[in-house]
Design a protein. Structure first.
Length: 53
């Protein structure tokens, strides 16, 4: 499946850092930001994470 900019995101499920399933539909009507990081905690990674707060 290809998703284009402006498309509605299809339903999906991810596990959080505790292994709990998180469904996109749990956030219906809210803005969602997915950010994937390698958790290397380099200076660059730390600055990017701070910018997301």
């Amino acid at each position: 499946m290809t998703v284009q900019a402006g498309d509605k995101a299809p339903e999906f499920v991810l596990n959080d850092h505790d292994g709990k399933e998180i469904h996109l539909s749990d956030f219906k009507g809210k803005k969602v930001l997915l950010s994937f990081h390698p958790l290397a905690w380099t200076k660059v990674c730390a600055e990017q994470m701070k910018s997301l707060e």
